[in-house]
Design a protein around this ligand. Structure first.
Ligand SMILES: Nc1ncnc2c1ncn2[C@@H]1O[C@H](COP(=O)(O)OP(=O)(O)OP(=O)(O)O)[C@@H](O)[C@H]1O
Length: 622
């Protein structure tokens, strides 16, 4: 199973580790938003966040002076000074409260815009050039759905938080270092050394383990959730098999693996907390200890003690940001790692230069000629040719009918040869039935024609993608109304352009003997969980109705009538009348009479092409 392969493949990955390479990856994933097609908006929002951050940090510096005057007035029993300090404090609060709320709001807005943009970019690539299919087939990338959904959300949220955090810490250093330096320069040196040691201990003592555990936690959470989603998608089969105990034990294994990882993670988090708390708490009274003798000797006033403490802790927390926020940073590193590998994998499949700005700068010039359009809905089979055409790649060309030259197909991962040097040609009006033992490669032939499998050699000349239509072995019922089931794969937002009015849809339902379905569900807008609501035969008939509505030049049917008995003859006679050429895969000899040619695969991977008459004569029992 591809998921298991994905799990195995990615469990071999150790995850991120603290290094400059990691920082570069973070930059690569983050920068694409700020140089993408909405870069003006992105940069404007980021600039606003940084400006607000600077203003808020400035207010903190002002507040430290007010606090100093406040304390000094109190200790000197200076009532006027005390009232003055209170009014200045009130003034700062009046400015700071709305400003801080606006600052938070702008951060949230930046997160939402960033998430929306990145998710849309990933989705358009995921569905482009069959990337979603190939990623699953290759099994090298676990849970792309979780990466697109949760990792993008957490990545954008954490990155904005960290940018704002680093900016405010930097401004704190700039704002308070002068204050502290003017009072006690030795405290500045001390802080520099102390935080450098703390950072080194955190990064080298905890970094590798924590980042790797966080990376695995994301993966294991996703595997656990997917194991439950699979059950929801296959409830009926599991219930018939009475497979509850098996499934429960499988899910528990995923849970146990997840919990084992969590246990290890909390141990490391506990140790990190021990260290960072000791690191932080041991500094609480240090500034007072250093400044107190000067106060006792009358060198500085009382308020300087609290101002020194305030400035000291601001700079300490700024210089120690890696120590104190390492938990968030390691989470961000894990999300970055997962997103970076998704972006890389998608770029390999789609060639979309927007996905990896840095990398593409060096590769655009050389690969520009092969760049594959994203979101192209009139793409021909030619657009399915991968970026790098190797000796092991099947070539696609546009042409009338279907022409297959010297086609050899290998399975995607194992490279097992299914059949070799297949040659055939279908002219307009021809139809072909592909037969042979189970597992010989009949469906794989259709996969190769559709451009889903590319390993092998030879040439497939076929019509534009928009002129061909495939009915897969498992009928697929998307989410949506009955109308949308019939329109599928027309996108929801483009139904009108397909010019399929309700009259035509009802005609198609009649053609496939499903006119009663409309009575059962009420109308074409009815929404159900169609894959559970309809029987297998009914789902196959809906698939035929889609085919009759789309009227392609060539249709490909993979055991598309396997669940039909009575209706098969009727559907094939409509197919024959409506569609110029078609290729069916099937086991039943009853299908032979609906085709002009038969391609028969044998157990030894050889094949033979017959006209219908030749085939019938060679098998007298038919
Ligand atoms: N993703 C894959 N990776 C590796 N091998 C695969 C993959 N998918 C299918 N195969 C193998 O390729 C072979 C051909 O599969 P295919 O689905 O084309 O068979 P088929 O002739 O259509 O069989 P059936 O009549 O049972 O549907 C099988 O042995 C199958 O196990």
């Amino acid at each position: 199973m591809a998921e298991m392969a994905g799990e195995a493949a990615s469990s071999r990955q150790e995850g991120p580790s603290p290094s400059l390479h990691m920082v570069r990856k973070l930059w690569r994933v983050a920068i694409i938003f700020f140089v993408g097609d909405r870069k003006l908006k992105a940069r404007f929002l980021l600039a606003l966040v940084l400006i607000l951050c600077a203003v808020c940090a400035g207010l903190f510096v002002v507040m430290s002076y007010v606090q100093r005057d406040f304390a000094t007035a109190l200790s000197g029993k200076d009532v006027t000074g005390f009232h003055k300090a209170i009014w200045r404090f009130v003034g700062i609060v009046i400015i700071a409260a709305p400003l801080y709320a606006f600052y938070q709001y702008m951060q949230e807005l930046l997160v939402i815009e960033w998430r929306l943009w990145l998710t849309e970019l990933l989705l358009s690539n995921y569905f482009s050039n069959s990337a979603y299919f190939e990623l699953k087939m290759e099994g090298s990338l676990d849970n792309p759905d979780q990466r697109i959904c949760e990792d993008v959300a957490s990545f954008t949220r954490n990155t904005v938080d960290i940018i704002a955090l680093f900016a405010s810490k930097l401004l704190n250093i700039l704002g308070f270092i002068g204050v502290l330096w003017s009072i006690a320069p030795e405290l500045v040196y001390f802080l520099g050394l102390y935080s450098a040691i703390g950072t080194l201990v955190t990064v080298y003592g905890f970094g590798k383990h924590l980042m790797s555990l966080k990376f695995q936690a994301l993966q294991k959470e996703a595997n656990f959730r997917y194991s439950l989603v699979r059950i929801r998608d296959n409830v009926e089969s599991i219930a018939f098999y009475r497979g509850e105990r098996y499934e429960a034990s499988t899910v528990k294994v995923f849970l146990a693996v997840l919990v084992a990882n969590m246990r290890e993670l909390i141990v490391w988090n506990r140790n990190l907390s021990l260290f960072s708390n000791a690191y932080e708490f041991s500094m609480i009274i240090v500034p007072s200890i250093i400044i107190a003798p000067r106060y006792f000797s009358g060198e500085v006033e009382f308020g300087v003690i609290s101002q020194t403490g305030f400035a000291f802790h601001k700079i300490l927390s700024a210089l120690s940001v890696i120590v104190l926020k390492f938990d968030n940073l390691s989470g961000l590193a894990a999300q970055t790692e997962r997103l970076e590998s998704l972006l890389e994998a998608l770029q390999e499949h789609t060639g979309d230069v927007r996905l990896m700005k840095k990398k593409s700068w060096s590769s655009t010039s050389s690969s520009a000629g092969h760049s594959i359009p994203v979101d192209s809905d009139s793409s021909s089979l030619i657009t399915l040719v991968p970026q790098t055409i190797s000796a092991e790649t099947i070539m696609h060309e546009e042409g009338p009918g279907l022409l297959i030259k010297d086609l050899t197909i290998l399975t995607p991962n194992s490279g097992h040869v299914l059949f070799e040097n297949l040659n055939l040609q279908l002219a307009a009006g021809d139809s072909l039935l592909v037969m042979g033992p189970s597992g010989c490669g009949k469906s794989s032939l259709l996969r190769a024609i559709a451009g889903l499998w590319r390993r092998g050699s030879g040439i497939i000349q076929g019509p534009l993608q928009s002129d061909s239509f495939f009915l897969p072995q498992k009928p697929y019922m998307p989410l949506g109304s009955l109308r949308e089931q019939l329109h599928f794969p027309a996108p929801k937002n483009a139904l009108e352009s397909y010019n399929l009015n309700d009259g035509k849809l009802m005609e198609a339902l009649e053609e496939v003997s499903l006119e009663d379905l409309l009575e059962r569900v009420g109308n074409l807008s009815a929404v159900h969980d169609w894959s559970n609501f309809l029987s297998s035969g009914e789902q196959q008939r809906i698939a035929f109705a889609r085919l009759f509505l789309h009227v392609p030049k060539v249709a490909f049917l993979d055991e598309a009538s396997s669940a039909l008995a009575r209706n098969e003859a009727r559907l094939y006679s409509i197919l024959h009348a409506k569609i110029e050429s078609y290729v069916s895969v099937g086991h039943r000899t009853s299908l032979v009479k609906y085709h002009t040619h038969v391609l028969e695969f044998k157990d030894d991977s050889s094949w033979q092409l017959f006209t219908r008459e030749e085939f019938e004569n060679s098998k007298p029992r038919l």
